[in-house]
Design a protein. Structure first.
Length: 321
């Protein structure tokens, strides 16, 4: 297939480009580099079958030649207000990527009668009252809080995608992505994995907000990409959770990173600075992914963290051990 991937220079987008090129597809990467990193695609420059278009998806998208699939991954994604990449600092761009970007990407799919895959998020569940979260859960979301620019943009994107499926007959798919980590995460992302790894590698205490009992479920990037590609190849139109159901507290996660890095500085507790309705518990129910896609994560947390630690060592200019 010839596949358009928006947000191609992002953490997930770049891994998708690499995976799909490796499977023999032609890939058109699209990004405007607001949060994407050109270095994530540098190793693909000049590779046969890869094209790149610098473009803002909130503007009309034109791609010459036949397109067989569109994968819409363009959006700021970090909730951290202290990061320049955080969607709190890019609120309008985030809303436009979710609304106008989804509309324009669906327009490409409609023009070419191509299949369409939307990168949605576990954040559409908000601070959930159901645990673990199934795709049937409608969510518990603050529509006007600080996180709403991302949460509601993704919820709108899902609604628009399903409208195009029902009204125009577009062959759509929706993946709800849970916390993912791995090489090519932006060092200034501001989320827990980059923050903890940088602190640990610099022998600093890891900053844990509150008592650290809030939970997350971390999926290694190769597992996530495998699930997304399986969904692209499937005939499933309804949303599918892709994530790792192993749930860990933030405190346990910090202790694991300190142990793997060998950081003697320990942990520093600070007052809870949650952004709005920051979810206290997050764990996917992946029953549908197992049944429909035959998918489940393969990489255990400690192994994935070791690979990610080595990437961060190299980016921080630290000696590999």
């Amino acid at each position: 297939m010839r596949i358009l991937i928006t947000g191609a220079a992002g953490f997930l987008g770049s891994h998708l480009c690499e995976r799909l090129l490796g499977e023999g597809h032609q890939v058109i990467g699209m990004d405007n580099f607001i949060t994407g990193n050109p270095q994530n695609l540098a190793h693909l420059a000049g590779r046969e079958g890869f094209e790149f278009i610098r473009h803002d998806v909130s503007d009309f998208i034109f791609v010459p030649g036949k397109v067989d699939a569109v994968m819409h991954f363009a959006s700021p994604a970090s909730p951290n207000p202290g990061s320049p990449l955080g969607y709190v600092n890019l609120p309008i761009q985030t809303m436009k990527a979710g609304a106008l970007g989804t509309h324009n990407s669906l327009g490409v799919a409609r023009a070419h009668q191509a299949r369409f895959l939307l990168a949605s998020t576990s954040e559409i569940y908000g601070d959930p009252l159901e645990h673990p979260q199934t795709e049937a859960y409608w969510g518990h979301v603050d529509p006007i809080g600080a996180r709403s620019v991302y949460d509601e943009a993704k919820r709108f994107a899902e609604a628009l995608t399903m409208a195009y499926h029902r009204f125009h007959g577009i062959d759509t798919r929706v993946v709800r992505i849970f916390n993912t980590y791995g090489p090519r995460m932006h060092l200034d992302d501001g989320r827990v994995v980059p923050n903890f790894l940088q602190q640990a590698l610099r022998s600093e205490p890891l900053t844990v907000y509150g008592d650290g009992q809030q939970t997350r479920s971390f999926c290694y990037v190769s597992d996530l990409v495998d699930g997304i590609v399986r969904l692209l190849y499937s005939d499933e139109h309804m949303p599918v959770n892709i994530g790792n159901p192993r749930e860990t507290t933030i405190l346990e996660f910090a202790e694991t990173i300190n142990r793997l890095v060998g950081n003697p500085a320990g942990i520093e507790f600070k007052p809870d600075l949650r952004l709005g309705s920051d979810p206290q518990r997050r764990r996917p129910d992946i029953s549908r992914a197992q049944q429909i896609l035959g998918w489940q994560p393969q990489v255990v947390l400690e192994d994935g963290l070791q690979r990610t630690i080595e990437y961060f060592r190299s980016k921080l200019g630290l000696q590999t051990v």
